[in-house]
Design a protein around this ligand. Structure first.
Ligand code: ADP
Length: 442
C-alpha cells in the first residue's frame, strides 16, 4: 500500500514539475497545479482500466485467462484466482460425495423419496420409482399426493403422526398379483420429509400361509379328536355289549391312526425344510427303492381294494440314485400309495423307472383312477389341498403327500410333473437330473 501511495504521489509530482516547466514563469504555479491534476487523472484512468480488466475476467469466470496486471490489481487477481480454484475444488469434492451418497441410496432395497416442505418430490431412488410407478426425472417437483392417491396414504400424510408405518397396495397391484407396500414418513430439516417404502408382499403372503397352515393343522387334528372324544364319552356313559365295545374301539383306533399319520407327515415336512441338502455321494440302487415301494403298494391294495388292483412295476436299467434314501422312498411311495388309494378296485397301476437320453431318468406312476380336472392341477402340491375333501377323508389321506413329494423332488434337483384326464386316470412323474444318476454293472 505504501509503494502504491508513493507511486501515486511521484506521478503527481512529475505532472506538477512538467506543468511548472511548461507554463511561463508568472503562471508556473497554476501550471504545476494543472499538471498535478492531469497526472492524477491519468493515474486514475490507468488504474480504472486495470480494475475493469480484472472485473471483466471475474465476470467471465475462471476458465478465461487472468490478464497480466502489475501491482495491487495483479495481486487481487492472483489471490482471487487461488480462492476460486479452492472453491471449485471444494465444490467438486462435495458433489462427488453427494453423488456417492446418492449412489449408495440407489442400491438400497428400500424405496427412498425426499420431499420438500410442500410435499413435492425432490429426489427418489430407483426402488421407490418402481414401487410407486414414479418417473425419477419427469416427476421431480410433483406433489407426492398427486401421484400417490391411496386414501390411507393421503390420511397418513395429513395426520402428521408418523410414529408408525402403513401398508398400502402398490399402484400396479391386481387381484391375481397383489403388491403390498409398507410406507412410512419421517420429518427432518425445516418441514422436509423422508418417504421410505418396502415391498412386504412376500412377507404378508408368508404370514397368510402360516395362518392358513396353523388353521388347517388345527382343523385336521380337531376332527379325529372330536370323534375320539365322542366315542370315549359313549363308552363311559352307555352300558354297551362287548361286540359294540369292540366296534367302537376299532373306530377309535382308526382315528388315532389318522392323527398319527398327520403328525408324522408334518414332521417329515418340517425335517425336509430344516435339514441340509441331500448328499451327492450317497448312492442307492433304484431297484431296492422300487422293491420297497412294490411291497407297500401290494399290501395297501389288499387292504383297500376289492377286487385287487393290477399292479405292475418295471425298471429299464440297473441304476443308482444319489440322495437321501428315506426322502426318496417317501416321495416314491407317496405317489404309489395315492394311485392305490384313489384308483377303484380292479384298476391298473403302472410304476416305471425309465432312463432318458442325456443321462436323466424318470420315475412315473400311472393309474386308471378318477383323474383330476385341469383347474386343480396347479394347486395339488399345496399343503392340505384336496380335490374332494370327503373322498380324501374316506381314502385316509393327510393332504400333505404331494407337498412332501414336491419338496423331496426340489431338494434332489428333480422335477415333478402331473398329467391327468378326468375319468381316465393320472400320471405322476419325477424326473431326476443326470448328476444324481449312475449306471451299475450287473
Ligand atoms: P392326500 O393325502 O389327500 O392324498 P395328497 O397331497 O397326496 O393328499 O394329494 C392331494 C390331492 O390330490 C388328493 O386329495 C387327491 O384329490 C388328489 N390326488 C392325488 N393323487 C391322485 C391320484 N392318483 N388320482 C386322483 N387324485 C389324486
Amino acid at each position: 500500500m505504501f509503494w502504491r501511495l508513493f507511486r501515486f504521489f511521484l506521478f503527481q509530482a512529475v505532472g506538477a514539475a512538467l506543468g511548472y516547466g511548461l507554463w511561463p514563469w508568472e503562471l508556473a504555479l497554476s501550471g504545476a497545479l494543472i499538471g498535478s491534476i492531469a497526472a492524477g487523472a491519468v493515474w486514475a484512468l490507468i488504474d480504472l482500466r486495470r480494475g475493469s480488466g480484472l472485473l471483466q475476467w471475474l465476470r467471465q469466470g475462471p476458465p478465461a485467462q487472468l490478464p497480466e496486471l502489475p501491482g495491487l490489481w495483479g495481486e487481487v487477481g492472483t489471490r482471487t484466482r487461488t480462492l476460486l480454484k479452492e472453491r471449485d475444488l471444494q465444490l467438486a469434492r462435495s458433489e462427488a460425495r453427494l453423488a456417492e451418497f446418492l449412489a449408495a441410496i440407489q442400491t438400497s432395497p428400500n424405496g427412498v423419496v425426499l420431499l420438500d416442505a410442500q410435499g413435492r418430490i425432490e429426489w427418489c431412488n430407483r426402488t421407490a420409482a418402481e414401487h410407486f410407478g414414479f418417473d425419477p426425472q419427469r416427476d421431480l417437483g410433483q406433489h407426492v399426493g398427486n401421484l400417490l392417491r391411496d386414501p390411507a396414504f393421503t390420511a397418513y400424510q395429513a395426520s402428521h403422526d408418523y410414529s408408525h408405518a402403513i401398508v398400502i397396495p402398490g399402484p400396479r397391484s391386481t387381484v391375481s398379483r397383489p403388491v403390498r407396500l409398507s410406507v412410512d414418513l419421517h420429518a427432518y430439516g425445516d418441514g422436509r420429509r423422508l418417504l421410505l417404502s418396502r415391498d412386504v408382499t412376500a412377507l404378508e403372503q408368508a404370514e397368510a400361509m402360516r395362518r392358513d397352515f396353523v388353521a388347517n393343522v388345527s382343523h385336521e387334528i380337531r376332527t379325529p379328536l372330536t370323534v375320539l372324544g365322542g366315542f370315549v364319552e359313549t363308552l363311559q356313559t352307555l352300558p354297551l355289549k362287548p361286540q359294540e365295545q369292540q366296534r367302537y374301539l376299532a373306530l377309535m383306533a382308526q382315528q388315532a391312526q389318522r392323527m398319527h399319520l398327520l403328525v408324522s407327515d408334518l414332521l417329515t415336512l418340517s425335517r425336509l425344510e430344516g435339514s441340509p441338502p441331500p448328499p451327492l455321494e450317497e448312492w442307492h440302487p433304484v431297484q431296492d427303492l422300487m422293491d420297497e415301494c412294490e411291497r407297500e403298494a401290494r399290501a395297501l391294495s389288499e387292504l383297500v381294494a376289492v377286487p385287487a388292483h393290477l399292479i405292475q412295476f418295471s425298471c429299464d436299467a440297473a441304476t443308482e440314485l444319489a440322495g437321501a434314501s428315506s426322502e426318496l422312498l417317501s416321495a416314491m411311495s407317496n405317489l404309489v400309495s395315492n394311485a392305490v388309494r384313489y384308483t377303484p378296485g380292479g384298476g391298473r397301476i403302472d410304476v416305471v423307472w425309465s432312463s432318458l437320453p442325456e443321462g436323466q431318468a424318470e420315475f412315473s406312476v400311472q393309474d386308471t383312477g378318477p383323474g383330476i380336472a385341469p383347474e386343480h392341477l396347479p394347486r395339488l402340491t399345496e399343503r392340505f389341498y384336496r380335490v374332494d375333501r370327503s373322498r380324501a377323508r374316506e381314502t385316509g389321506g393327510t393332504g400333505l403327500g404331494l407337498a412332501i413329494v414336491k419338496h423331496v423332488a426340489q431338494r434332489h434337483g428333480a422335477e415333478l410333473k402331473i398329467e391327468s384326464t378326468p375319468g381316465q386316470g393320472s400320471r405322476f412323474t419325477i424326473r431326476f437330473p443326470a448328476v444324481r444318476l449312475r449306471q451299475i454293472a450287473i
